[in-house]
Design a binder for this molecule. Structure first.
Ligand code: HEC
Length: 151
């Protein structure tokens, strides 16, 4: 291989590396929750139900999306806004805001609420269980991470 060809190859490799570095989307997060706690359900019981019914697909830390997006600060947040998660077209176009009402409908049966849903979770027909989960979700609050611009 000629020296020119070698340099071309190295150049292409560097370009590919740079490109892949640019494509990496940094962990995204939602704005802090402003709604008051949802108190019509039992948040402690909701935490147990969440672990069982939601935890295999959802995580609570920015950047750690499993099958579903992480859910920190979900209560009161607009739907499908995390830049580092690939949502269904349906949810992206929904214009939904995750208050107690929309969460209740969605958790009850996601595929019924959103025919194009990517969330293939078992329906939760028990209204009391849903209220408990929503109460728990409303406790998930984290301040936005500090962005250090001067580094
Ligand atoms: C089998 C995996 C799975 C389970 C179980 C599951 N989810 Fe999901 N969830 C998803 C996926 C995938 C999405 C993305 C949906 C889309 O893009 O249409 C999602 C989306 C969501 C969203 C919207 C997030 C956003 O950023 O707008 C909420 C809220 C949510 N799930 C709550 C729950 C709750 C609460 C439970 C438990 C009761 C649960 N999910 C159980 C996979 C799951």
């Amino acid at each position: 291989m000629s020296i020119v060809k070698k340099y071309q190859l190295v150049g292409m490799l560097v370009a590919a590396l740079l490109l892949s570095a640019c494509e990496k989307i940094p962990p995204d997060y939602r704005a802090p929750v402003t709604l008051p706690l949802y108190t019509e359900g039992d948040a402690d019981n909701g935490a147990l139900i969440y672990k069982d019914a939601c935890g295999q697909c959802h995580q609570l830390n920015p950047g750690l999306n499993k099958k579903g997006p992480q859910l920190m600060n979900i209560y009161g947040a607009p739907a499908a806004k995390l830049a580092d998660y690939t949502y269904s077209e349906g949810l992206k176009a929904s214009g939904w805001v995750w208050d107690a009402q929309t969460l209740d409908t969605y958790i009850a049966d996601a595929e019924k609420a959103m025919p194009d849903s990517k969330m293939l979770a078992d329906p939760m027909p028990d209204a009391k269980e849903r209220a408990d989960v929503i109460a728990y979700l409303s406790t998930l609050r984290a301040a936005a991470p500090i962005v250090e611009n001067d580094k």
